[in-house]
Ligand binder design. Structure first.
Ligand SMILES: Nc1ncnc2c1ncn2[C@@H]1O[C@H](COP(=O)(O)OP(=O)(O)OP(=O)(O)O)[C@@H](O)[C@H]1O
Length: 841
């Protein structure tokens, strides 16, 4: 699955004030970057300077001491003396201060802090973990100074050995000795003990011995494993390590023949250590690393305990025996604690949701239903019913935006079906179109008669989107459609629907309805969590949304346009979505989740390993604006994937909204209909059409302009669709399009249609391959293991870059395609063939 990486959306920038602001801050940023570079290099040089000055002091300290003292009183030139420190009087003074007056030999420990700090500022990355080293170095500097001070003080050798412990170590011992005599050494050692216990989180003396043992034997790798050290030392980790050792021994004897445990670095621990890519290491934003990435970037922390085992064993699930689920859980907890939850929005951290002021105010257009109109209508209803000998106990009117609902309670003993049959007679007596009788109103003991208002109220989009109900809803895919006939705002959750079929004769408000759906979603969802696949065979309706390409749209990798208008492309896209669906199902299965929501929660909580293909999954909403056209031109080719998606895709977060002008049976076939429980109809031309879409009449009675019926399985409700105008949609899209977006649209899996004689992977451009391409290829072929983590660890690259490399290796035919939890197959078997291949690229 391809994933997106954010990139500055460069076009358009120049013109808008937003862009000017951005340019301004860019230049500010550059200036401070230069300062940082200057400081960084300065600190590194200064650390080197200190090292030589201190080292020189070891030999020249005594000789320089008097010169330094003299220089403090009289300028050195005047005194006529000369220093012998490598770095002159300044070197001598600095060394004198640090070594003689402050910390003694332990002053050397200050140097790595300054050097590593300078390195971090210069290269934007850490050579070694700075924070850890700083704390440790500072502690040991004080402690060693005091420890050495004890001996200098006790042996009274301060005149010759004072630079051994420095002034601080000496004076602390002086104070301690005056207070407790010889016992001062016990205090000094106890301070060390406390530091070890609390800093290294040691719980028992055994563990401490083990820790020292390990440090002395030097089995830890240094640089990229220091973060892991913390984990290694936790009791959970130790237990896990022991379990693993035990399991490995059992396995060695049981599966000797079919199990190969590859030991990297000839180090047992290398195979069991948790692999933690340097997540916090954000690669600087360059054009190069802004290419679409197959894996989620930055956020995911990979956490695996992975003995490298042959694929067969993995398939057998024997790896679970090696490393128990509990241990994995414990490790996941540790990583969660250390790195926090994964934030899916982190790629677009400054994304601003569209604001309400982008939508128009249409005030003072309240439904004007006068008292007279109400009274006249209710009188007519009562009279008509009385003519048919139906007595009414009470009548009450609720004024809605388009229709007024008259709720009547008939007298006892009246048969409801009798009233239902009088629909036409009531319409005739009221001289009104669009009367609908609901007998009874579900959930109420009344009968409803909907009578269209003479003056209808338009429902502005701002009113519904700005409503508290919508803004505060916690639906997964909230859609606000408009208002009910009792004037309530109507909203629903597309994720629960889970697909929507829409019909309506031309000009009745279908396009406005689709725009409402898309606008609602855009107002509430972050681009990281939702993608649209827009199919618009009419080529005009959805083009407005083009500007959202790098935020909300998904498309096929080889497409020029994100909005699909060509029938052949539609077929490819639908099939590609089916592949995406299958991929997602595989990942869900692997993760042991039943649906997308559970899966994403698990991923966010660092329970799923990105190295095994897991990634945060956005919802995908497929919108087809005119199904009739597609069914006429491609028939079964579109019907089948649509039906398949509608049947299966709900659990993995793919939802369909399919609209058509012609709700005839050859467009809305039985297969399609059966899988779309939610159906929405604007006014249609005939009762037959209404039956096709809603399974009942009524839609032909609607009064147009967004008057609609929504059927969700059993009930049908009448709604007035809110009105969102084209310029409003344009403004919203522009607002989003002008913000920083991803590098490209969300890429759907490639579908190789049979029609085009597919020259696969022709998009691989050897000239733009990564600088590490050849090295990565050699590594993969040597190890015969197509794993991103291998590249990442061995070449010390970020996860994104390693992911891109593996994609390029796939495109070049060196490794096979992604195979879920298994490592990719290596297609080139020996170095000779590889070298030949590399030469020919
Ligand atoms: N909810 C609404 N409230 C008020 N007016 C509406 C509403 N929906 C549609 N209209 C009016 O009806 C016109 C036609 O609507 P729309 O373009 O959505 O129709 P359509 O069904 O998509 O037609 P077509 O299929 O021909 O594109 C709109 O330009 C607008 O003036």
């Amino acid at each position: 699955m391809a994933r997106n990486i954010p990139r500055q959306n460069n076009e358009k920038r120049e013109k808008s004030p937003v862009s000017r602001q951005l340019n301004f801050s860019w230049s500010g940023l550059k200036a401070s970057e230069q300062m940082k570079l200057a400081f960084g290099v300065f600190f590194m040089l200064f650390a080197i300077f200190m090292f030589f000055a201190f080292a020189s002091h070891l030999f020249t300290g005594n000789a320089d001491q008097s010169e330094v003292e003299a220089a403090l009183k009289v300028p050195l030139e005047e005194s006529g003396k000369k220093t012998v420190n490598f770095f002159g009087i300044f070197g001598a003074m600095l060394a004198d201060l640090m070594m003689l007056r402050l910390f003694g030999w332990a002053s050397f420990l200050l140097i790595p802090i300054i050097f590593l700090g300078g390195f971090k500022i210069t290269f934007h990355r850490e050579l070694l973990p700075l924070e850890r080293i700083t704390w440790q170095a500072l502690f040991y500097m004080f402690w060693l100074s005091t420890f050495f001070g004890f001996f200098v003080f006790m042996t009274d050798t301060s005149s010759s050995l004072s630079s051994f412990c420095g002034g601080i170590g000496y004076h602390i011992n002086e104070l301690l000795y005056n207070a407790i005599g010889w016992a001062s050494i016990l205090v000094i050692l106890f301070v060390l003990f406390l530091f070890v216990v609390f800093y290294y989180k040691v719980n028992s003396l055994d563990a401490m011995v083990e820790m020292f043992d390990r440090n002395i034997n030097g089995s830890e790798d240094s640089a990229d494993e220091t973060i892991e050290e913390d984990l290694e030392n936790t009791p959970n980790m130790k237990r896990a390590r022991e379990d693993l050792e035990q399991a490995k021994q059992n396995l060695d004897s049981e599966f000797e023949d079919d199990l190969t445990i590859e030991r990297e670095d000839n180090d047992d621990l290398a195979n069991i250590r948790p692999l933690i890519p340097p997540v916090v290491q954000h690669e600087p934003e360059t054009e190069e690393n802004h290419k679409a990435d197959p894996v989620p970037n930055k956020g995911p922390v990979s956490l695996t305990i992975e003995p490298v085992i042959s694929d067969d064993t993995v398939a057998d699930g024997k790896d679970n025996e090696i490393f128990g689920e509990d241990d994995q859980e414990n490790l996941n907890d540790e990583v969660l604690r250390k790195f926090g939850a994964y934030d899916p929005n982190m790629d677009l951290p400054h994304y601003k949701f569209p604001t309400l002021d982008l939508l128009k105010n249409y005030d003072a257009n309240k439904a004007q239903v006068s008292e007279d109109e109400l009274k006249a209508n209710s009188d007519k209803i009562v009279e008509t019913l009385r003519n048919y000998s139906i007595g009414i106990a009470s009548i009450k009117a609720t004024i809605g935006p388009t229709v007024t609902l008259y709720e009547i309670i008939p007298e006892a003993g009246v048969r409801i079906s009798k009233i239902k049959n009088l629909e036409d007679d009531i319409a005739l007596s009221l001289a009104a179109l669009g009367i609908r009788i609901i007998a009874p109103i579900p959930g109420k003991g009344t009968i409803g008669i909907e009578v269209p208002n003479k003056n209808r109220e338009m429902v502005p989009v701002k009113m519904v989107i700005g409503s508290e109900k919508f803004q505060k809803s916690n639906y997964d895919l909230p859609i606000v459609l408009g208002k009910t006939i009792s004037n309530d705002i109507f909203m629903t959750d597309l994720a629960k629907m889970p697909h929507l079929l829409m019909a309506g004769a031309t000009g009745q408000g279908k396009s406005v309805g689709l725009n409402m759906i898309l606008t609602s979603l855009i107002y509430r969802k972050h681009p990281a969590t939702l993608k649209f696949v827009l199919v618009d065979p009419k080529k005009v309706e959805l083009t407005l949304f083009n500007k959202l390409e790098r935020h909300f749209l998904a498309m096929l990798p080889d497409s020029a346009e994100a909005i699909i208008t060509d029938t052949k492309k539609v077929v490819h896209t639908l099939n590609s979505l089916c592949i995406e669906m299958d991929n997602r199902y595989n990942l869900l299965k692997d993760a042991g989740c039943r649906n997308l929501k559970e899966y994403n929660v698990k991923f966010v909580n660092r329970r799923l390993n990105p190295e095994k293909g897991h990634a945060f999954m956005p919802y995908i909403v497929l919108v087809i604006d005119e199904l009739a056209d597609l069914m006429m031109t491609a028939g079964k080719e579109v019907e089948q994937p649509i039906a398949r998606l509608a049947q299966l895709a709900r659990a993995i977060g793919i939802h369909l909204v399919v609209a058509t002008q012609r709700p005839s049976v050859n467009v809305i076939t039985g297969t399609i209909k059966a899988n779309f429980p939610a159906r929405l109809s604007f006014k249609v031309t005939s009762k037959i059409d209404s039956r096709t879409i809603l399974d009942t009449g009524g839609a032909e009675q609607l009064v147009g302009l967004g008057d609609m019926l929504l059927s969700n399985g059993s009930d049908i409700i009448r709604l007035q669709c809110a009105f969102v105008d084209t310029p409003e949609v344009e403004d919203v899209c522009e607002f989003i399009g002008n913000q920083q977006g991803y590098d490209s649209a969300y890429l759907l899996p490639e579908f190789e249609g049979d029609s085009e004689g597919g020259n696969e992977k022709s998009d691989f451009d050897p000239s733009s391959r990564d600088a590490f391409f050849d090295e990565a290829a050699r590594l993969i072929v040597t190890h015969q293991q197509g794993s991103t983590s291998l590249i990442q660890r061995r070449l010390k690259l970020g996860y994104n870059r390693a992911g891109r490399l593996i994609d390029q290796l796939e495109a070049a035919g060196i490794v096979g395609p992604f195979e879920g939890s298994k490592a990719r197959e290596v297609l080139v078997k020996d170095m000779e063939s590889l070298e030949m291949k590399l030469r020919n690229l």
